[in-house]
Ligand binder design. Structure first.
Ligand code: IFM
Length: 464
C-alpha cells in the first residue's frame, strides 16, 4: 500500500506543461479521459451467463493470435473493477470511455437479457459517478455475440435490427447516468480486418462481404440514433472512426491516384454517408460488383445528426502504387506496433475534415502507443509514450488553434490489455499490468498525464 501511495505522489520528474498553450482549460467542456474496451480487459468470459463473442471463437482457432492467448482472463477487470476505478480516480482522470460487451448483457444477441451482466455495468457506472468520473459508453467494440455470427453476422441485415434493439435497452437502463453513447468503434476495422483480410474476428476474407458489413454497421448506427432519439434519449450520441491522413509516397501520378483511393476507402467511405448522406462515387465505381446492396431509405437513415464525432488517431498512411508500401515508412520513428510516430498527421487530418465536412464537435477518443515497457523497481520509465502523448496533444491543440472544434481527448489505453491479433505482446497502457499477478503499476506516462490534466483544468468540466 505504501508503494502505491508513493507512486501517486506528485511526479517531480514531470516536465512543466508550460510549452502547451493554456487555452484548452478556458474552453468550456473540454474532456480529458482514458479508453478501454470490454473484450480487451474484462476476462470472466464464462461467468454469470455471458455468451460467446466472435472473438472468443476466433481465439480458439489455430494461429489467429500471435501468442495463442485469448480474452478468458485478460486484465480480470470484471473482478477488479473497483480497483481500476480507484486507479482512474487516483490519477485524477475526469472521464472514462469503456464498452459494453453485448454477449454479456444479451448472450445470444437477441431475446433474453442477462441481468447479471447489466448489474456489472451498473456497478461500474455507479462507481465512476461516485468518484466524479464521467462514464462514456461504447455499444460495439467488436465483440458480436457468436450466435448472431452463426446466422451471418453483420453481413445479415437482421443483425442491424438486433443491434438497434440492444442499443435501445442499454440506453433505457443507463442513458440517465452516462455522459455519452457511441454506437460503433472503428467500423473500418470491423469490416476490413474482420471480413476482407480476415486478420480479425470473424476471419472472413471477401471484399463483397466486407463492404456489405460496412454498410450494415453504418445503417445500424443511423437507425440506433434515430430510435434512441425517438425514445427521448437526451445525452450526446455519436460514432467513432479510425482515421489516418494518407500521403503519397512520391509525387507520381500513380501514387497520387493511390492516395485518393486509400483515402476514399478509409475516410470518405465513412464520412460521406454519415455527414453527406451518400457514398463517394469514385469508390463505388472502384468497387463495382463488390459495392454493397443499399435499399431505398438506407442513406437517409445513416445520415442522422451527430452530437459528436469520435476520431481515433495513431499514425498516418503512405500510399504507394507499386508495392512494397512499407518501404515508404522506413527510417521513421516507430512504435512497437511498427506504426510511424507522426503527430503532424493529427493536425492535418483534423484540419482537412473540418474543411471538407460540416462537422459536429470532435472528440479524440483514442490516441496512444505501444512500447516494450520494462519495470524498473516500482517505476516504469516510459519516456517514449509520454512524449508520444504530449506531442499528439500539442498537434490537437494546433488544430484547435486553426479553428477545429475539438472538445475532448482520451488516451488509449488506461492499462495494458489484449491487443487483438497481437495478444498480450503489445502494451498500450499508461498503467502496466503484470498478467501473472494482475498487479497494476502506473507508468510515468500516467503520472505525467495526471499532472498535465490537473494543471490544465482548474475545475472539472464535462459534457454532462
Ligand atoms: O487496441 C485497439 C483498440 O481496440 C481500437 N483502436 C486501436 C487500438 C490499438 O490497436
Amino acid at each position: 500500500m505504501a508503494k502505491t501511495t508513493n507512486i501517486f505522489m506528485k511526479n517531480q520528474a514531470t516536465e512543466s506543461n508550460s510549452n502547451f498553450p493554456q487555452s484548452l482549460d478556458k474552453r468550456s467542456s473540454f474532456v480529458w479521459g482514458v479508453s478501454t474496451s470490454a473484450f480487451q480487459i474484462e476476462g470472466a468470459s464464462l461467468e454469470e451467463g455471458r455468451g460467446d463473442s466472435i472473438w472468443d471463437v476466433f481465439c480458439r482457432q489455430k494461429d489467429t493470435i500471435k501468442d495463442h492467448s485469448n480474452g478468458d482472463v485478460a486484465c480480470d477487470h470484471y473482478h477488479r473493477m473497483q480497483e481500476d476505478v480507484n486507479l482512474i480516480a487516483a490519477l485524477k482522470i475526469p472521464s472514462y470511455r469503456f464498452s459494453i460487451s453485448w454477449p454479456r448483457v444479451q448472450p445470444l444477441g437477441e431475446g433474453t437479457w442477462n441481468e447479471k451482466g447489466f448489474e456489472f455495468y451498473s456497478r461500474l457506472i455507479n462507481s465512476l459517478i461516485e468518484k466524479g468520473i464521467s462514464p462514456h459508453v461504447t455499444l460495439y467494440h467488436w465483440d458480436l455475440p457468436q450466435s448472431l455470427q452463426d446466422k451471418g453476422g453483420w453481413e445479415n441485415r437482421e443483425t442491424v435490427n438486433h443491434f438497434v434493439n440492444y442499443a435501445s435497452e442499454v440506453a433505457r437502463r443507463f442513458s440517465h447516468k452516462v455522459a455519452s453513447i457511441t454506437t460503433h468503434n472503428e467500423p473500418w476495422v470491423v469490416a476490413i480486418l474482420g471480413h476482407e483480410s480476415g486478420m480479425f474476428a470473424p476471419g472472413v476474407k471477401s471484399t463483397k462481404t466486407a463492404m456489405q458489413v460496412a454498410h450494415h454497421l453504418l445503417l445500424s448506427h443511423g437507425l440506433a440514433l434515430k430510435t434512441l432519439r425517438q425514445n427521448d434519449v437526451k445525452i450526446p450520441l455519436g460514432i467513432v472512426l479510425n482515421q489516418s491522413p494518407i500521403y503519397p509516397a512520391t509525387d507520381s501520378e500513380a501514387d497520387r491516384k493511390k492516395t485518393q483511393l486509400d483515402d476514399g476507402l478509409l475516410i470518405r467511405w465513412y464520412m460521406d454517408p454519415l455527414i453527406k448522406g451518400s457514398y463517394p462515387q469514385d469508390i463505388l465505381t472502384y468497387l463495382g460488383e463488390n459495392a454493397p446492396d443499399v435499399l431505398p431509405g438506407d442513406m437517409q437513415a445513416i445520415q442522422q445528426p451527430l452530437d459528436f464525432l469520435g476520431i481515433n488517431y495513431y499514425t498516418r498512411g503512405i500510399a504507394c502504387a507499386t508495392p512494397p508500401t512499407e518501404s515508404a515508412n522506413t527510417g521513421k520513428e516507430i512504435t512497437a506496433m511498427g506504426w510511424e510516430v507522426y503527430p503532424q498527421g493529427l493536425t492535418d487530418l483534423l484540419v482537412r475534415l473540418d474543411k471538407d465536412y460540416q462537422l459536429p464537435p470532435i472528440y479524440i477518443m483514442e490516441n496512444g502507443a505501444a512500447y516494450d515497457d520494462q519495470p524498473s523497481g516500482d517505476r516504469i520509465h516510459d519516456k517514449e509514450r509520454t512524449q508520444y502523448i504530449k506531442r499528439h496533444i500539442a498537434a490537437m491543440q494546433e488544430a484547435i488553434s486553426l479553428g477545429v472544434n475539438v472538445r475532448g481527448y482520451f488516451v488509449w489505453s488506461l492499462m495494458d490489455n489484449f491487443e487483438w491479433a497481437e495478444g498480450y505482446t503489445k502494451r498500450f497502457g499508461i498503467i502496466f499490468v503484470d498478467y501473472k499477478t494482475q498487479r497494476r503499476l502506473p507508468k510515468d506516462s500516467a503520472l505525467w498525464y495526471r499532472d498535465f490534466i490537473t494543471s490544465n483544468i482548474s475545475k472539472a468540466q464535462f459534457i454532462r
